[in-house]
Ligand binder design. Structure first.
Ligand code: ADP
Length: 320
């Protein structure tokens, strides 16, 4: 075990009935590290989290926390924090009492509980809401309470399952940075599940991409984004995948340059042209039916639907 190793998963497989859902997953999270598990819906992310905390049993493989095997340990004794999309707060308890819950369960001394709960409420800007009941709070406030409650007993790691998915879009970005800051203040590691690639890439120290129950790729967000391993990962990351002289190329929408019809051998017809703030989003359909999305400046994206255009790539990644 390396000195900073927090969570270690080896060879983990799981099935629903006879259908395999996770195949031979290896995964590490170091102390204090924020790892994002990213993948399309149905790729097995939630099943992986549930198996790590012991809510599902693996068909094979092992899970260890700080070098201690958790195989066979019931969920409540694993010492892993877990936070879901919908925070399961106790409706008849105040915010303060919700945050105190895990500490009371662990029979911590009263004055330690008081100190810890107050610190958690301060850190997550909840002190003024201490006496409120969960049903009087906004969605974002409820998630902050859920995080305070999860962090209060000082778990070395928390597993976060789409914690921002049911929160209003306007406050999602602020809530993300609040979560990130709270975890780094407390030095807690996180394994955060999302299908939102922008959220995942923006938050992660390291990304693990799951595809069909397998780890397809992992690494620093920039590295994963710049070098997708295959067409599937590339599409998930928002690339166009185009076949040229027998090679598949991944091309980011902002790396597609539109020109007059005769300025490049790659030609197509504009099939959509939409406003996107500073940019325009233009879809061009190639003669073989492949649709290419381009993000371009307002000035260079003026070709109307039905116009013939040519395409050039400023940058492309050859795929295996
Ligand atoms: P994700 O979190 O990436 O969306 P899930 O882990 O929820 O993926 O699901 C992975 C696969 O397992 C899917 O094919 C899904 O249909 C299946 N699955 C999930 N939960 C159940 C369940 N309770 N019973 C049967 N199949 C399930």
């Amino acid at each position: 075990m390396s000195s900073s190793e927090c969570l270690r998963v080896r060879g983990l497989s799981a099935s629903w009935g006879t259908t395999p859902v996770l195949s031979d997953i290896d995964l590490d999270v170091n102390d204090g590290e924020f790892v994002v598990l990213l993948g399309p819906n149905g790729s097995g992310k939630t099943t992986l989290l549930r198996t790590i905390v012991g809510l599902e049993s693996p068909t094979s493989g092992s899970v260890a926390l700080r070098g201690r095997s958790l195989d066979g340990t019931p969920t409540y004794r694993r010492g892993i924090g877990m936070l879901f999309q919908e925070p399961a707060l106790f409706p008849h308890r105040s915010v303060w009492e919700n945050v105190a819950y895990g500490l009371e369960l662990a029979r911590r001394p009263r004055e330690q509980i008081d100190r810890r709960v107050d610190a958690m409420l301060d850190m997550l800007r909840l002190a003024a809401l201490a006496d409120r009941r969960p049903d009087t709070l906004s969605g974002g406030e409820r998630q902050r309470v859920a995080l305070a409650r999860t962090l209060a007993p000082e778990p070395p790691i928390v597993l976060l399952d789409e914690p921002f998915a049911s929160v209003d879009v306007e406050i999602r970005t602020a809530l993300r940075s609040e979560f990130r800051r709270a975890l780094s203040t407390t030095g807690t590691a996180a394994l955060h599940v999302t299908h939102d690639r922008e959220e995942g890439l923006a938050l992660a120290d390291r990304v693990i991409l799951l595809s069909d129950g397998r780890v397809a790729q992992s690494g620093a967000p920039e590295d994963v984004y710049r070098k997708p391993v295959d067409a599937r990962v590339a599409r998930f990351l928002g690339y166009n995948v185009v076949s040229e002289r027998g090679t598949s190329l991944a091309i980011a929408p902002e790396d597609v340059e539109l020109g007059p019809p005769d300025s490049s051998p790659t030609r197509g017809v504009v099939t959509l042209n939409g406003f996107a703030g500073r940019d325009r989003v233009v879809e061009v359909t190639l003669p073989d039916g492949v649709r290419v999305e381009c993000r371009t400046s307002q000035e260079s994206g003026l070709a109307p639907v039905g116009a013939s255009v040519s395409l050039r790539w400023r940058r492309s990644v050859a795929l295996a």
